[in-house]
Write a protein that binds this ligand. Structure first.
Ligand code: ATP
Ligand code: MG
Length: 214
């Protein structure tokens, strides 16, 4: 699935957060959204994933404008295609790791859940409360959920920010595998190693520090 931003701008209140961003995220590729802290990488990622509506411009999936679609179309996009690996988001701490993968009660030894957890290096931890995992492990848990659902589009925010070198290489490998299997992977990152692994790099426009909506 091709996910594209067309001249996207986001304003929050009177403040212009991003403006004039156009990027094409293609299947089978990792696309890096890069720029200094505060340049709007996370904001653009959320807009591409339909978590945040663009104030101007639009987001398309395979050429269809989805950012202006119905809430129902948005939900279908999340349910059928998209997965998110965001920071501090989406993990239910009180529920076991296995529940967090499938997002429903499964038989104790669901082989698909186990395979997804093994794939991200969390094998054997099905029964632990997700709240016991570290920040990096929670991100890998979110990735296990994407593996379990075989998501076609992945939205990822700073997946390597808190990792040591060995785990960073491993996480980069996991996302590379995902893209290799044909998924569209959009990653907000300032990690040069992660950027180097991406086929395509989109540099954010200069922050609109002096610009505001009148
Ligand atoms: N909900 C919001 N309300 C007000 N300002 C916001 C909101 N969300 C983001 N911003 C502002 O928009 C700017 C861009 O934020 P964003 O998180 O997209 O940047 P980033 O490039 O991801 O930064 P970092 O590299 O630090 O993660 C920041 O100045 C931020 O304070
Ligand atoms: Mg960010």
């Amino acid at each position: 699935m091709i996910i594209e931003a067309h001249d996207v701008g986001v304003a929050i209140g009177r403040r212009r957060i991003i403006h004039g961003e156009s990027v094409r995220c293609a299947p089978g590729q990792m696309t890096a959204l890069t720029g200094p802290s505060g340049s709007g990488k996370t904001t653009l990622l959320h807009t591409l994933g339909l978590l945040l509506p663009p104030t101007t411009g639009r987001v398309t999936a395979d050429g269809t404008a989805i950012s202006s679609g119905s809430p129902r179309a948005r939900r279908a996009f999340w349910r059928d295609h998209a997965a998110f690996v965001l920071q501090d988001y989406g993990i239910i701490d009180d529920e076991p790791v296995a529940f967090n993968v499938a997002l429903r009660r499964t038989r104790r030894a669901d082989p698909k859940v186990r395979a997804a957890l093994e794939h991200v290096g969390l094998g054997g931890r099905e029964g632990e409360p997700a709240g016991h995992l570290s920040g990096g492990e929670k991100q890998r848990l979110a990735l296990a959920r994407a593996v379990y659902r075989d998501a076609r589009v992945l939205f990822v925010d700073e997946p390597t920010a808190s990792l040591d070198a060995a785990n960073r290489e491993r996480v980069i490998g996991l996302f590379t595998d995902f893209a290799r299997r044909g998924a569209t992977v959009a990653i907000a990152t300032h990690d040069e190693h992660m950027i180097a692994a991406c086929a395509h790099r989109h540099e954010m426009n200069e922050p609109a520090t002096t610009a505001s909506i009148h």
